[in-house]
Design a protein around this ligand. Structure first.
Ligand SMILES: [Zn+2]
Length: 224
């Protein structure tokens, strides 16, 4: 499989306007302005970063996995991928990627999927769905994108997660292809609200049963 399209970024972390670490298992919510460049860096390798995007000015418009796959005619996300909205507009463009492949089919872990995939007694364990809801519940409801609820949690992106599709069309949660220091970077094509669950999953070998922190950085739009 040679679909990996590795592209390095020209941006220097020293000039980033946001540079923060999202601890293992924590959520993060932040607005990214049109033209800003957003990087997620896998600090220790094979961490899944479950991510949703909303139009910050009108959150009814949000990331659409189906439209993204259809628009690019390919299942995996990598450099060159345009992340499409439910209105068929480009929300962000992936401009750099040193990992090479990201998933948008596997969905986010939840207490329900934990019980189905692993065991009934895994139900109370921390999941991405709970992290998304926790972040939304604590977000300022007066801000644009405030007041979102569980109805607004839709099909997400799993950055750094490797979910190859078999020739028969099956989904496999395979060992990760990321490594410490790998990153994916994207330019916002509209003001977006970014909602991340840095996956707390302890039962899946995709992150070696060991959730780890990631670093998120934002740069202002480069001068023209
Ligand atoms: Zn998860």
């Amino acid at each position: 499989m040679t679909s990996f399209n590795l592209v390095e970024s020209p941006f220097d972390p020293k000039t980033a306007v946001v540079d923060t670490v999202v601890d293992a298992g924590d959520p993060w919510i932040h607005e990214i302005k049109k033209g800003q460049v957003f990087r997620i860096l896998d600090l220790e390798g094979n961490q899944a970063v479950d991510t949703l995007f909303y139009n910050a000015r009108d959150p009814e418009e949000r990331y659409s996995a189906a439209d993204t796959v259809r628009a690019q005619g390919a299942l995996y996300l990598t450099a060159g991928t345009q992340l499409m909205s439910t209105e068929g507009r480009v929300m962000l463009t992936i401009t750099a990627d040193t990992c090479g492949r990201h998933d948008t089919l596997g969905g986010a872990c939840s207490c329900e999927s934990n019980t189905v995939r692993y065991a009934l007694d895994k139900r109370p364990m921390h999941s991405c769905r709970d992290s998304f809801l926790h972040a939304l519940a604590h977000y300022d409801s007066n801000k644009s994108g405030g007041g979102l609820t569980k109805r607004d949690i839709t099909s997400n992106i799993n950055f750094f997660m490797n979910v190859p599709v078999t020739p028969e069309g099956g989904l496999t949660f395979a060992d990760g292809v990321s490594a410490p220091g790998k990153y994916v970077e994207m330019r916002a094509e509209m003001d977006v609200l970014c909602l991340i669950s840095n996956c707390p999953q302890l039962n899946n070998p995709c992150n070696a049963y060991n959730p780890t922190p990631v670093r998120v950085l934002i740069w202002d739009a480069p001068e023209q």
